[in-house]
Design a protein. Structure first.
Length: 206
């Protein structure tokens, strides 16, 4: 008599595990596919998500993002450049400050650069939202690594902007580390769909 309910419970638990695995498998594919998309649309601004800098100079990963964003700007795809990223422990310079200086040295006028901060994706977008709204910016080309593109766009949309994908074509992150990034993004996107990106940010960075 006891075995019957236990078998039913085991089936229910097994079914739930199967649904969860399938859900995150589909999310993984969606995250990967979004990282392969390259919009041909123009926008009001190019939004560059911050990543590590190297004592006042862009790291290889940040340099990839900046070079890609500069090419979009030079092609006339957007009139404003928005750079983000704060200081990490031990840093003297901010990621956004390094990015802004790099853009100016490559011909982007200071008046066309919006400088933000933030140590995570949610903070990146929050830090520049007031200035972007003041300039009437509504649409953005989101520049980041392919594995990060889905979540970056979702958080940008949560702040009231319309994002178009423009991930870097080549990323400095490769090998096993790249797969780890995709798994991390899959988990965060999958969870955020239920609790919201703001709540996820508060939970992860409380």
């Amino acid at each position: 008599m006891i075995l019957g309910p236990l078998k039913l419970l085991a089936k229910i638990v097994g079914a739930l595990i199967g649904v969860i695995v399938l859900y995150f498998a589909i999310t993984f594919v969606q995250v990967w596919l979004r990282g392969q998309e390259h919009s041909t649309k123009s926008a009001d601004a190019i939004l560059v998500f911050g990543t590590t800098e190297d004592n006042g100079r862009p790291s290889s990963e940040l340099a990839d993002r900046l070079s890609h964003a500069l090419a979009l700007y030079q092609a006339g795809r957007a009139p404003f450049m928005v750079v983000t990223g704060g200081r990490r422990p031990g840093d003297v310079y901010t990621e956004a400050g390094v990015s802004a200086a790099w853009m100016q040295s490559h011909g982007v006028p200071k008046s066309r650069i919006i400088v933000g901060g933030g140590t995570n994706t949610w903070q990146n977008v929050s830090s520049v939202t007031p200035a972007m709204r003041a300039q009437g910016i509504a649409t953005v080309l989101t520049v980041t690594d392919p594995f990060h593109e889905y979540r970056a766009m979702a958080i940008t949309a949560d702040h009231g902007f319309t994002p178009y994908p423009s991930p870097v074509s080549t990323s400095a992150v490769r090998g096993a580390g790249l797969l780890g990034h995709y798994f991390k993004e899959t988990i965060e996107v999958g969870v955020a769909r239920f609790i919201g990106y703001s709540s996820l940010n508060n939970w992860l960075h409380a």
